[in-house]
Design a protein around this ligand. Sequence first.
Ligand code: ATP
Ligand code: MG
Length: 934
Amino acid sequence: MPKKLEICYLFDRRCEFIMKTKKDVLLVDDDHVTAAVIQHILAKEGFLVRCARDGKEALDAIRSRTPDIILTDLVMPKIGGEELIRIVRQMPDMDDVIIVVVTGTILEKDQAACSLPADAIIPKLPPESMHNRILKVFREIKESGRITTRLQAETVPSLPEGRIVKELLALREYQDAVFEKLSEGLVLLDIDFKIIKVNDMAAYLLHKNRADLMGHFFSECFADEDRKQVGDLLTGLFSKKDPEYEKKTVIHKNRTLDLKLTSLVDPITRKAVAGIVLIENITERKDLEKRLRASEKQYRDIVNTVPDIIYHLDAEGRFLFVNFAVKELGYTCEELLGQSFLSIVHPDDAQKAKLVTGEKRIRTRKTRGIELRLLPKETKDGRIYNVRNVPVLITARGLYDVKDHDIQNPLKRYIGTQGLAEDITDRKKMEMMLIKAKKDWERTFDAITDMVFLLDKERRIVRVNKATIERLCMSRQQIIGRQCREIMDPKSHPVERCPIAKTVRDNLPHTQEIEDTNLGGFFICSSSPILDEQGNILGYTNSLKDITERKRLESQFQEAQKMEAVGTLAGGIAHDFNNVLMGIQGYASLMLMQMDPVNPHFPKLKKIEAQVGQASELTRQLLGFARGGKYVIGSIDINELVAESAEMFGETKKEITVHARMSEDTLTIEGDRTQIEQVLLNLYVNAWQAMPGGGDLSVETNPVVIEQSEAKIHEFEPGRYARISVSDKGVGMDQKTQARIFEPFFTTKEMGRGTGLGLASVYGIVKNHNGVIEVESEPGKGSSFHIYFPTSEKALEKDKEGKKKIMRGTETILLIDDEEIILDVASELLATLGYTVIKAKSGKEAVDSYRRKSGEIDLVILDMIMPKMGGGKTYDLLKGINPEIKCILSSGYSIDKDAKEIMARGITTFMQKPFDIAVLSQKITDALAGSKKK
Ligand SMILES: Nc1ncnc2c1ncn2[C@@H]1O[C@H](COP(=O)(O)OP(=O)(O)OP(=O)(O)O)[C@@H](O)[C@H]1O
Ligand SMILES: [Mg+2]
């Protein structure tokens, strides 16, 4: 039966004790005296007693052999009794161990004592009562093997209440509370590095029960590699006289722990007596740090991948930060730090750059759009890293060490500027390209010689080219904003014909030829719509091509073609006519020569001859107009010829006054004197006829130089010309008359007064002399005719034509002509002059005769135009027979290209039909003499 034990306190827990022969008691007390007394009492009672001076020694003893009973004090150094009990209670296989507490602190700690997992608590004082109580408890254990009696609180005897003890205990309690409540783990180590105190946080962080920690080597808590290091650190620390701190970070059970180790040194012996380890869980901090570092890296990477330069300047404009973008300029970020921002700015932009470095605006108020050129780094060898200066667009914002809303506060402190420099090289290039493209376009637009208008959708002019401004003689301002029809002549440019109006209606291009009387010309007006990509109308273009000159040239060309056709006709008629006249003239001449002047038919024959003269004058006019050349080519002094003819004309027409003004320069031309005289005479006569009541006739000569630029307009070849101007103050001509005056047979004169051949022949002769004729006239005011002949550098030839004298001869002449009448009359004329005539009716006959009688024949008179074998061919064959042949070429045509070609082969003399006996004798004399000269 279990006995009731008289012990201070009653415990909830029921304990059973199995009796053994000799119970093993572990006595734990730091008080040697108390320990010795109790050991003595218990040994006498038959207990086996082991002693430990504190909890730490007790734990060692328990681990070496499990005791039956633990008798422990509460207040002890290193591991105290309370701690020891709790550890023992947590240890496996220790449930049966009877724990008896002997304490002097029971009164003050009664509450806490009640919660102690001990089987009995015995107050320490006074000693005799304590000894009795111990004996009671141990005897009960010896008898029943356990403590069966529940102790009543009232049975606890009163104890003396020591004030110091109370305070000490309070302090101890407070310290323990602090020790336990620390957010860091705290571990106290004994001199042999074993754990003697540990708080909950330390046990938690070390991932162990207190029981597993207490009395164990601290370094054993860690993995191998850390274990050694921690041990070494502690050894190092404990060997020092002055306490020092060591720090070590270990990874323990997935946690990062910061260990702060130090030693407690005895102030007298200067020896380490204990160690303290503060364990801080820095896993989260480390994680945070890691995350921070990662996020910082992320931002740094982003900042550094931005192609724009991101900068942070201090208050003096020096770089505090700059991203990798500066590499493009050849710099490294590091070398720019501390450098002034201005050091990388083009000197010409320094002023603008100062706006950036001193930028003090904040938040959304920032500088934007400053364009600068940044200098690339100059390498050591003086070479520019990057040839170009980099144009950048700057954004800058001021930084302050006060909050934004304090910005008005004068105490605010500006600490720098942050911003961005965007590389705008491409944009600049694009801008330059755009500007160039615009300029190119404008230049092209202005280079167009046609007038070009660009119109908006409302057909208002928005742009015109240079040609338009010049042609309209208006300023750009006067044109822009108006409509085409306000500028162009509305009469000659009616809206219904206007191509623009059509384009507006159907959105298609249109072209129309128009005449504009305002501008005085003809134009091809083309309009087209300007469309965007979707085909919407943006506006219109209207261009006007000036075709006035082309029109003039076209009509001139038509006129020239007409003249040529008529000329050919006139030439043909004149030729046939001349042959007829030749017959009449020849026979009349023969009859007159053989007739006595007193014969009553003599004057009639003379009249026939005179009529033939007039008729041949007509054919002469016709031939002058006809296409072809000149009769006789020679150098003519224009001043002399004009002055002479004008004077002569003035003498014959007394009712008009001739004013002749000759150029001081000598004007020599190449041409046919007689034809030029004919030209002048025709003009004088017309002028005289235009002034029926008499008046002034002005004749002038001038040297004129036609430049290349003028030549085209006036159908001139560029060069020097002699200009002859014949002006009157007569009736003048209207435009319609002027347009037709050069047509053969065009006359405004009454029947019989004019044939209308005068100006036609003037025109023909001038053209044949490579000249140009111009006319100016106004009805009622008078007319001026200007004739231009190209001047010649050749020396003047004296007039070879002597007085017309009939010369006779006895030579034999071969006369060749296909016209029977010409053969007859000419052979008779030749016979009259004393010559022997051999007639040939064709080229073939002539060649035959010549072959037979070439030795007799002195001269050949050869008609140019013959059927089958013409003059040219005949001459060649004759010349083949006798290379020394003498020949006169005769023709009803004037001397033209064909005639010239034949003559170039050796003929010296040309004779125009019809010829009279005087001309015939002169030409024969010339030909025979010319050949003689040879
Ligand atoms: N000086 C002038 N003043 C006014 N009209 C002129 C003048 N010269 C020529 N004309 C006009 O030109 C027309 C043609 O002149 P052109 O000399 O060819 O023939 P014409 O004088 O009428 O006849 P023709 O000269 O054959 O006797 C004239 O009929 C006249 O109407
Ligand atoms: Mg006339």
